[in-house]
Design a protein around this ligand. Sequence first.
Ligand SMILES: *[C@@H]1O[C@H](CO)[C@@H](O)[C@H](O)[C@H]1NC(C)=O
Length: 261
Amino acid sequence: MSRVPWRLLLLAALAAAVVLTYVICAPAMLPRDDLDKDSSPKDGLSAKPPPAAHTKPSGIAYFLPIAEFTDSKWIRMNTILNKAARVCDTATLQSVGRKRAADMRCDITVKSGKGWINLCVKTRAMIQHLCETDGLGNHEFFVKLDDDTMVDPSLEEYIMREMSGRDVYFGYTPGHIEQHLRYRNWFPGPFYGVSANVFKQMCACNMPPCTEKLPWEDQWFGYMLGECNITREDILFDKGSIFHREYTAPRVSVKFHQYTD
Ligand SMILES: *[C@@H]1O[C@H](CO)[C@@H](O)[C@H](O)[C@H]1NC(C)=O
């Protein structure tokens, strides 16, 4: 009987030791991702540009074409957009002036494709640049975003969980099922991507150019995969993960809505 309290005491001491060890060592056991977040810039324009996407720990390399009127504040507020590599073009950089050019914080600058109307040319140039520079690094996926997209961050987990190890082209479909059927060979511009192996196949192909008949980057992308005979599964998301912003500054009123057409 008298030995029981001693055992309890021993147990308590052990528990205390375990807790103490955890408290001391926990910071070192944080996943790389969290450490990265902690050291990310807290404030805006004076902060250093983020490293290019291929140095990020995420399994997805995001790319975000930046235009003259892209809202930098919107990007900083947005978990997914903020970790994308920002893709600029020389003509826009030359036309906007030094202050705005710095604010754009370009990670990649391509030589062609100024303005929304030339986004197809710019996207194609961006992909070629990534092919030439091994721009995906060891990421598993390539994703292209629009600068007014809002993405539910849980989509990232979903992609990593469901698509790892598969050769896929993924995106969402706007609107109704007829449109999905009609346009089933491409996914809309706000968010689409492919796995690294599909990307590698793209790089090996002489990609068709953007044309007047095919001026839209997202449609071109789907068309290009077809023309290049790229083997892949097409994966359709529930569009509930991708939103379009409505955002007004400076007192800020943010609304999100789903794409409907
Ligand atoms: C794709 O396949 C078609 C039909 O087999 C062929 O004519 C075409 O040359 C191929 N394209 C490429 C880029 O390999």
